[in-house]
Design a binder for this molecule. Structure first.
Ligand code: G3H
Length: 250
């Protein structure tokens, strides 16, 4: 059975004291047993977050990592470094990484390999831009991102993969894909996984939706059969709104 997951991507927000405050508030909440909650603070705060959440049912993820094991890559962080501070989960392929840091499908394929080789869980993000949707090429774009960035992995790696569909036009814009648009794409993604892997894998993989998910729209989006949770940006920066989204599953 696939997991229900709500992941908060804090992006480049929250310094150490703000992170401490947010984690303190988060730890005061009751996390429903049926939902896996993940938070992804900035690199500098990962170790603190991991230590702080040790006894709490919230997973800490990194927002990115480098594809190489080590070496002369100024400013970068490796899988081994993440693991050394307790982090076992990494978000890869976020549209902001693709757009601002020019991460293409082939680099992402390498990052996926490195993460899996290090026994890490990957939250693999993909999604079309507005012009793709206007032109009607959104399914094709998503298929290419999955095929070139992820579908080289073997069947036995899929228990370490979570998919996150994030239409770029809905990220941080206040514009959300309708629950029907999200369901249509998630269903397409599941079918695309099935074209390449077993029925069990396509049925078991969790597919998250991301893009302006808020407390007031989460229930409708999460109510769709192929939507297994959310990757939350802005609304994850406040515990009350984040927990309202987590509890939208109830
Ligand atoms: O990683 C999260 C997504 O980019 C969604 O961000 P948002 O909820 O602020 O639109």
């Amino acid at each position: 059975m696939r997991k229900k997951i709500v992941a908060g991507n804090w992006k480049m927000n929250k310094d150490l004291s703000e992170t401490e405050e947010l984690l303190k508030n988060l730890k005061a909440q009751v996390i429903p047993e049926t939902v896996q909650v993940i938070v992804a603070p900035a690199f500098t705060n990962l170790q603190h977050a991991f230590q702080s959440l040790r006894e709490h049912p919230v997973t800490v993820a990194a927002q990115n990592m480098h594809q190489s094991d080590d070496g002369a890559f100024t400013g970068e962080v490796s899988a081994a470094m993440l693991k050394s501070v307790g982090v076992q989960t990494v978000i890869l392929g976020h549209s902001e990484r693709r757009a601002y840091f020019k991460e293409d499908n082939s680099v992402l394929a390498e990052k996926v390999n490195t993460a899996l080789k290090n026994d890490m869980t990957v939250i693999f993000c993909f999604g079309e831009e507005l012009n793709n949707r206007k032109e009607g090429t959104h399914f094709e774009v998503v298929k290419t991102q999955l095929t070139e960035g992820l579908f080289h992995i073997s069947e036995d790696n899929w228990d370490k993969v979570v998919l996150a569909y994030e239409p770029v036009w809905a990220i941080g814009t206040g514009e959300t894909a309708s629950p029907e648009q999200a369901q249509q794409m998630h269903n397409y993604v599941r079918k695309t996984v099935l074209e390449n892997y077993s029925k069990k894998i396509s049925e078991d993989v969790s597919i998250l939706y991301g893009g302006s998910v808020k407390a007031n729209n989460a229930k409708d989006i999460f109510g769709k059969p192929d939507v297994d949770g959310g990757l939350i940006g802005g609304a994850a920066l406040d515990v009350e709104s984040f927990m309202a989204i987590v509890n939208a599953f109830e």
